[in-house]
Ligand binder design. Structure first.
Ligand code: S0N
Length: 284
């Protein structure tokens, strides 16, 4: 299938494109294996805000330019003390803001992993809702080797999705143990191993990667967007504590606002009368 992506906005560090309701955010720094610097994250933050607001965008896909790397994490050339230093001279760890936005956007987010997903690049795929990888993809953390770590989603959420291997009782893996191995040893894992660990949803040949992602998108685009939103919120809430509950409750409020019962409260106030909530059905 020949896909022609339409440019949404031009940036220095990313490509931001659209195809049939699917927004693709491509880290476009192949010379450093798509490592991110503060400006890269700022541009991705802006792009994902656009994805949230635009009604014609159903799904967001993150990927990396070329066939070598999805993302190799923080750009070591600009790592200073206190974080990664952008052109403004300020040290930042603003990839964490991107993680929050990926969790919060009420639309599916897919990591299309086309090579190395290493360090912060590995965390980026971990926080996405789904991961589809090419068979040449390589996964791993490097933090304790290069002097960093991500104790947030990159470790706690990782531990939750490792360990789903459908194998014999004896070879079954424990999420926490495997996550500790990944972080403590800083080894690399093939796409097949990542699939077996439950870290990725599907592995396909590189030439089929984008079409497979778009096929998955077209299936999800036939599903109820509100149902997908509620599922994402509910699955997040289990891990995200009070913050997750707030997001899920926010959507419950949205649904409540759509009812006539909620409108009656507001209408009665504006008409300076007592509301009549009794006329609305109660469900057992
Ligand atoms: C990806 C690796 C394994 C590929 O190895 P390979 O195939 O041997 O290629 P190389 O020759 O090594 O690389 C090709 C070119 O790309 C450059 N490059 C690769 N990765 C980076 C990078 N991350 N930064 C800058 N440049 C990179 C190489 O230098 C090379 O360029 P040339 O050809 O010019 O020499 C291998 O490259 C590798 O291991 N890369 C480093 C991976 C890494 O350690 N990443 C950083 C890990 N840490 C984070 O990501 C921190 C994330 C973060 O921001 C954070 C988040 C939450 C909380 C805290 C933090 C925090 O900041 O600590």
């Amino acid at each position: 299938m020949k896909v022609v992506w339409e440019n949404i906005k031009t940036y220095s560090d990313i490509k931001f494109e659209l195809y049939r309701g699917v927004a693709k955010i491509t880290i476009n720094r192949p010379n450093v294996y798509n490592a991110f610097r503060p400006e890269t994250n700022m541009q991705m933050l802006e792009a994902i805000d656009v994805c949230r607001e635009r009604n014609d965008i159903d799904i967001v896909v993150f990927t990396g330019e070329g066939d070598k790397a999805f993302c190799s994490g923080g750009d070591q050339n600009v790592k200073g003390s206190g974080g990664y230093i952008g052109k403004d001279g300020v040290p930042r760890l603003n990839v964490l803001d991107l993680h929050k936005k990926i969790r919060e956007i009420p639309k599916p987010v897919i990591a299309m992993v086309n090579g190395y997903a290493i360090g912060g690049g590995h965390v980026l795929h971990v926080v996405c809702d789904l991961t589809i990888a090419s068979d040449n993809a390589i996964f791993g953390q490097t933090g304790p080797k290069v002097g960093s770590f991500d104790g947030g989603f990159g470790s706690s959420y990782l531990a939750r999705h490792v360990g789903q291997k459908k194998a014999s009782y004896l070879s079954r893996m424990v999420g926490q143990k495997k996550a500790r191995e990944i972080w403590f040893l800083c080894e690399q894992y093939s796409a097949k191993e990542a699939l077996d660990m439950g870290m990725v949803n599907k592995v396909v040949p590189l030439k089929d990667l984008e079409n497979t992602v778009l096929e998955w998108c077209s299936i999800m685009q036939k599903r109820s967007p509100l149902a997908l939103r509620m599922i994402k919120r509910s699955l997040n809430a289990e891990l995200d504590g009070q913050h997750g509950l707030m997001q899920l409750a926010g959507d419950a409020t949205l649904l409540y606002y759509l009812t006539e019962e909620a409108q009656e409260g507001k209408t009665a106030f504006l008409e300076k009368r007592n509301p009549d909530f009794k006329k609305y059905p109660k469900f057992p």
